[in-house]
Design a protein around this ligand. Structure first.
Ligand SMILES: C[S@@+](CC[C@H](N)C(=O)[O-])C[C@H]1O[C@@H](n2cnc3c(N)ncnc32)[C@H](O)[C@@H]1O
Length: 204
């Protein structure tokens, strides 16, 4: 998979959604702010009882997770990373004090890393190539995380007539097995929060 070409296409996609909806849940292609929050809640479960931690937001978009965290009692050292300069510029505008980067290499390890919606849009990349790319990227999430990491994906258990060819529907059993064998003894699969997707929590 040619990552440079892919990220350029991805940025064009989000250029359109942002032009239509601005820096908002719909602007990053979520159907609603409510569903975006539900996803954040699932991912943050990787922190367990911790009320103070550092977090890498991998594929942070305009920084919706930071807004969400602002409404909680958690004490968080937040760093946002997105390949899209456009997204990071928007994030910086609304949160100039936070740390924002566009290169993965500029991220440092944090207690936890979360990735929401990063693996959904595959555009015209072949399914097997996309899965290899996802597996490789999970390696990066692992390296960037001291305590654990969490990510979500659209589910392979979606209703076939509603599935789109430009989206990736991950098999939760495959990714559960991979994370359990490769990364941690404590892995939790959440597939019970009312969306056509799942979240994996990987606690090291
Ligand atoms: C569906 S949006 C979700 C944004 C944010 N996580 C949220 O939930 O509001 C996915 C974001 O991931 C970014 N992205 C996709 N693949 C990425 C990668 N490999 N590394 C960093 N960012 C990525 C996209 O540019 C986009 O901003």
């Amino acid at each position: 998979m040619d990552r440079v070409a892919f990220f350029t296409q991805l940025d064009r996609h989000f250029e359109r959604t942002l032009a239509e909806h601005g820096a908002s849940a719909r602007g990053v292609d979520w159907p609603s702010a409510e569903s975006q929050s539900v996803r954040f809640e699932q991912l943050l479960k990787v922190c367990g009882d911790r009320t103070s931690f550092s977090i890498n937001d991998f594929g942070c978009g305009y920084g919706g997770l930071l807004d969400h965290l602002g409404g909680t009692a958690l004490e968080v050292d937040y760093r946002g990373f997105d390949v899209s300069e456009r997204m990071i510029a928007l994030a910086r505008e609304s949160h100039p004090g936070a740390e924002w980067v566009t290169r993965e290499g500029d991220l440092r390890a944090a207690d936890v890393t979360v990735a929401s919606g990063v693996f959904n849009l595959k555009l015209d990349v072949r399914e097997d190539k996309w899965r290899d790319y996802v597996v490789e990227t999970l390696g990066a999430l692992d390296r960037l995380s001291v305590v654990g990491f969490a990510f979500n994906m659209l589910t392979a258990y979606s209703d076939p007539p509603l599935m789109r060819p430009d989206l990736y529907y991950g098999d939760p059993c495959f990714f559960f097995d991979l994370c359990k064998r490769r990364y941690a003894k404590d892995v939790a699969l959440l597939h019970d929060y009312g969306l056509y997707e799942w979240t994996l929590l990987v606690r090291k």
